[in-house]
Design a binder for this molecule. Structure first.
Ligand SMILES: Cc1cc2nc3c(=O)[nH]c(=O)nc-3n(C[C@H](O)[C@H](O)[C@H](O)COP(=O)(O)O)c2cc1C
Length: 185
């Protein structure tokens, strides 16, 4: 990790173009304090479906690119809708691709959430992320009630002073977590 620059990869679990989770992460990217650079992963539903038969030398190029992006990042932030009381298939598929790879094992991870609902999905996502990474933090968490809002509305809501303060506190806490993990290696 570069001493003065934290590189975060943000992953939305939504399959929707006008996703509230993706729009929220986009605002985080724009509002990130100095010293934090955020990239947003392309939509997870574009990835091939996982099979143990297509690992190793048969790994699809999109998955190699995903693994490289995760490897180059200092930490991951996930934000996801709940689909049928669970993690959306596209996001679970992405995590399945990571489970036997070194890129994820000790990667710092936190969750942000764009809805007042979806707690079954959150419980499951916490269990899954704690399983794939020893450095997942369930304490570092932020949540906004943005369900059914447009990206423009989300941008306005999150720029209100009390919300931008929550975002800054979340990103700063995550940065401190990433630095602490990096220093302990
Ligand atoms: C297929 C499908 C299943 C859903 N199932 C649930 C659910 O079980 N519980 C819930 O609270 N919302 C459910 N929703 C609503 C979404 O979680 C909610 O609209 C969310 O804010 C969408 O996030 P997005 O804007 O990032 O796509 C479902 C939506 C879809 C499309």
């Amino acid at each position: 990790m570069a001493a003065d620059r934290l590189k975060i990869l943000a992953i939305s679990g939504s399959a929707r173009q006008a996703s509230t989770n993706a729009a929220m992460l986009h605002v985080f990217q724009q509002m990130a304090p100095s010293g934090i650079v955020m990239d947003l992963l392309p939509p997870v539903n574009l990835l091939p479906v996982f099979s143990p038969d297509t690992e190793g030398e048969n790994t699809p190029p999109e998955i190699e690119a995903l693994l490289a992006a995760i490897d180059e990042s200092d930490g991951l932030i996930f934000a996801s809708p709940e689909y049928v009381r669970a993690i959306p298939g596209g996001l679970k598929n992405l995590i399945d691709w990571l489970v036997s790879r070194d890129a994820i094992i000790d990667k710092p991870i936190a969750i942000a959430h764009a809805s007042h609902r979806g707690d079954d999905m959150l419980d499951s996502l916490r269990t899954v992320l704690a399983t794939v990474s020893a450095s997942f933090s369930s304490e570092i968490f932020v949540r906004f009630a943005l369900m059914a809002k447009t990206p423009d509305e989300i941008s306005q809501i999150l720029r209100q002073p009390e919300n931008s303060a929550k975002i800054e506190a979340f990103l700063s806490a995550f940065k401190a977590h990433c630095v602490s993990i990096s220093n302990s290696r």
